[in-house]
Write a protein that binds this ligand. Structure first.
Ligand code: F6R
Length: 615
């Protein structure tokens, strides 16, 4: 996820773009850059860091005069955040300059072809490949920029929102979209381009939201031509009047970042397996695993270290790795592991999971494991973070920035990456058959749509939240793959609503927690159709006979739990190992609505920080 801004018209472009980038920083903030056409040449400046760092740099470095420009605030996906990898990117001739939000999946093969034709690359980004591909198409066929962009995009696999201009045609910006958002503000003889309307809301309320597979040629003082990328058909611009205010726009119209991030999960999960899960070819491609396959295959065991929600993702992974790849897994709180004098050998593989990539205890655990010769693999969201740098190899989750303090999309994307790794290793070890492997790939591909379906219970969950919002305690139960989901559900409720909640393996209940149950106690039971379904139904009966209130998370079409429970929330059916990706969704929504109803600060709960960089 990145933020893009552009302007073409009669005003100075720089102040509009820099302010627009500041408003889009919630989309990414590891580096930023800007390119302005000053009437003769392109002035470009970019830097690692926040938009404020860019502003300081630009004001000492380049003249900012000019009425056409583009800017970018980055959330790295390819290439670590540094000055060179920041956008905008020039083509080899220096004529074209581009900004891009998204991921070009086939950039590697395109890059090889371009290198064979003599192109050179300064950065590690997929975006620099795209701008040179456009240049190659433009030069070899002597085409206008718009046509060249169209042809190039037809060669690209992935997601993008781009804006590109040619210094030899400085009255035109070409934009295109597939999978990443792109809004065009329409003013009097001026146009604004942005990832959302926040950069231009004070200049115009008229906006065109490009649809997927559409591109637009925007000409200064003239018109805007929209056409389909695949077919050449022209599309009549649909201009809508915006009713939202600035804050609503940044949160995508959601009341809180947490809710926005809950709803982003279908796309985030898709981005996580984009380019890695190739179901047609029945393969999983992850460079960090392929390059280190020997280390993984030689490992006697895998040790997972993490904290909080990431630790819960590690627990889910324990079930998945052991089930699919038959590798013993130990899951450790990083804070305990680092001080426990653990037994670690050179044959151990340690997987460190962290959204922020900055958690102090996880970092210390990594250093300890490496000092004992273990191979350490990172699963992080923030590209170029300390953990990403301190590990021997890794895989990013590609969830995009998570602003709400309570982790939501980080959790489901971590599970997605860990599932991909487990499946890849299972295939390499031969612990699952090729048909089982293929079945998992096909099913994993359906998960974004199934998460979308699970989100449709939102209104029903709100009703349940209203009934239980004044509870003092809450119990969460789950078994197998869904035991860690029970822990995560309880953590979500605690951290944003401040209601005491406990997660337990359902069968453990009778060893203590059952004493807590009375008519005041809501018990959330994850009772989807799994191997342990009947046993969980028995646990529900035990709670029922002690007058506990049951909220069952069940598989669509369930009958037995529906008869016993006070409320049921359905999720679509899936493979048991993938069910945590669906059962988590209602638990996130339940906590969210309870916290909102209690008037709590959902995005910044008391005493909590997004990234815990101290012990
Ligand atoms: C809970 C939460 C925390 C983090 C934990 C680890 O919602 O956000 O429990 O999961 O602080 O943070 P990362 O994943 O950044 O290492």
């Amino acid at each position: 996820m990145c933020g893009i801004v552009g302007y073409i018209g009669h005003r100075e472009a720089y102040p509009i773009i820099i302010k627009g980038l500041q408003r889009l920083e919630y989309r990414g903030y590891d580096s930023a850059g800007i390119a302005i056409y000053d009437g003769n040449s392109i002035k470009l400046s970019k830097t690692k860091g926040k938009v404020s760092d860019l502003k300081e740099k630009i004001e000492n470095e380049i003249s900012t005069d000019g009425t056409l420009g583009i800017g970018h605030t980055r959330w790295a996906t390819h290439g670590e955040p540094n000055d060179v990898n920041s956008h905008p990117h020039y083509s080899n001739s220096g004529n074209l300059v581009i900004i891009h939000n998204g991921i070009i999946e086939n950039y590697d093969s395109l890059k090889k072809e371009l290198i064979a034709r003599g192109y050179t690359f300064k950065s590690d980004t997929d975006t620099e490949v795209l701008v040179n591909l456009i240049e190659e198409v433009q030069k070899s066929n002597n085409l206008k920029l718009g046509k060249a962009v169209q042809i190039a995009l037809n060669e690209v696999v992935g997601a993008y929102a781009i804006a590109v201009f040619d210094k030899n045609k400085p009255n035109e910006i070409v934009v295109a979209k597939l999978g990443s958002p792109l809004a065009i503000g329409v003013g009097e003889d001026e146009f604004f381009i942005a990832s959302d309307a926040s950069p231009f809301i004070e200049f115009t309320k008229n906006a065109i939201y490009l649809e997927d597979e559409q591109m637009a040629i925007i000409r200064r003082g003239k018109d805007i031509k929209i056409r389909k990328i695949k077919s050449d058909d022209l599309v009549a611009p649909y201009i809508q009047e915006l009713q939202l205010n600035l804050e609503q726009i940044e949160k995508g119209g959601y009341e809180h970042f947490m809710l926005k991030e809950i709803y982003e999960q279908p796309r985030a999960i898709l981005d996580t397996f984009r380019g890695r899960l190739l179901s047609n070819e029945a393969i999983i491609k992850m460079a960090g695993i392929e390059d280190n396959m020997k280390r993984f295959l030689a490992a006697d065991r895998i040790i997972i270290v993490a904290c909080g929600t990431s630790w819960h993702a590690g627990l889910v992974a324990e079930y998945i790795f052991e089930d699919l790849a038959r590798i013993p897994v130990e899951v450790e709180y990083a804070s305990e592991f680092r001080y426990r004098n653990p037994v670690i050998s050179e044959k151990d593989v340690v997987i460190a999971i962290s959204q922020s990539g900055e958690t102090a205890d996880t970092l210390a655990a990594i250093k300890l494991a490496r000092s004992k010769g273990a191979f350490v693999f990172g699963v992080c969201n923030v590209v170029g973070s300390s953990i990403a740098r301190e590990t021997d190899a890794g895989a990013y989750t590609h969830a995009g920035p998570e602003i709400g303090v309570a982790s939501t999309k980080a959790f489901t994307t971590q599970i997605t990456v860990l599932t991909l790794i487990a499946l890849r290793l299972a295939r390499a070890k031969g612990t699952i058959s090729s048909s089982e492997f293929r079945q998992h790939l096909i099913e994993l591909e359906t998960i974004p749509n199934k998460v979308e379906e699970a989100l449709q219970s939102d209104e029903a969950i709100k009703v349940i939240a209203d009934i239980y919002k004044d509870s003092k305690n809450c119990l969460y139960l789950g078994r197998g793959f869904n035991f860690p989901v029970a822990l995560e559900g309880a953590l979500k409720l605690k951290e944003i609503s401040y209601i005491h909640a406990e997660g337990y393996p359902a069968a453990e209940m009778k060893h203590g927690p059952i004493a807590l149950i009375d008519e005041q106690m809501p018990v959330v039971v994850i009772a989807t159709k799994t191997e342990h379904y009947e046993k969980v139904v028995s646990n529900i009966q035990e709670i029922k006979s002690r007058k506990g209130k049951i909220i069952g998370i069940v598989t669509k079409g369930d009958v037995s739990v529906r008869e016993l429970a006070d409320h049921v929330i359905e999720v679509p059916d899936t493979l048991e190992s993938l069910s945590p990706l669906l059962t988590t969704i209602p638990l996130q929504l339940l906590s969210y609505h309870i916290a909102v109803m209690l008037g709590k600060n959902v995005d910044q709960p008391r005493n909590l920080a997004k990234s815990v960089t101290v012990e």
